[in-house]
Design a protein around this ligand. Structure first.
Ligand code: GDP
Ligand code: MG
Length: 163
């Protein structure tokens, strides 16, 4: 059985870029406008002889009550329910935000394994990113650069290890 890896995080942290990196496709829509990826996107990835399913979600707002933000949140909730493991992406350049903290609270309640991934970490001091995001409560953050491919092999090896 392929484990299902679900990417979650606020808009613009680089979920779709990581999706493309993990699936080696251009399926996900990468854009500068936050929240442009409105549908879930599914892709198959492979490392060595191990297949996995990746789900890209729109950046979601757990407290959105109506409109497109609500629909995005609903789809993200559905994806979380289907996840074997969650990758919680944050932006190493922006630092920790209140929206990250809201999402952290939601993910803690999911009961699913969560890996905290600090994206856009190319050229960043590792310890700086770590101290800020450690407070989200998911252990040591894993630095990656989805755009440049740094840290991706280590990430996927760690994420797939229990499966
Ligand atoms: P999403 O809204 O979370 O799906 O984010 P996207 O994947 O659409 O990326 C949002 C923006 O961040 C785009 O301009 C990407 O080019 C940029 N981005 C994504 N990954 C990286 C990275 O590793 N480093 C840097 N510097 N920018 C990145
Ligand atoms: Mg996206």
């Amino acid at each position: 059985m392929k484990p299902t890896i679900v990417l979650v995080g606020r808009p613009n942290v680089g979920k779709s870029t990581l999706f493309n990196r993990l699936t080696r496709t251009r399926d996900a829509l990468v854009a500068d406008q936050p929240g442009l990826t409105r549908d879930r996107h599914y892709g198959i990835g492979r490392v060595g002889d191990r297949d996995y399913l990746v789900v890209d979600t729109a950046g979601f707002d757990p407290v959105a009550k109506d409109g497109i933000m609500h629909e995005m949140a609903r789809q993200a909730e559905q994806a979380i329910a289907e996840a074997d493991v969650l990758l919680f992406l944050v932006d190493g350049r922006a630092g920790r935000t209140p929206h990250d903290e809201q999402i952290a609270a939601r993910l803690r309640r999911s009961g699913r394994p969560v890996h905290l991934v600090v994206n856009k970490a190319e050229g960043l001091e590792r310890s700086l990113a770590s101290a800020d995001f450690h407070a989200l409560g998911f252990g040591a953050p894993l630095p990656v650069s989805a755009a440049h491919g740094d840290g991706i092999k280590q990430l996927i090896d760690l994420v797939l290890a229990p499966f």
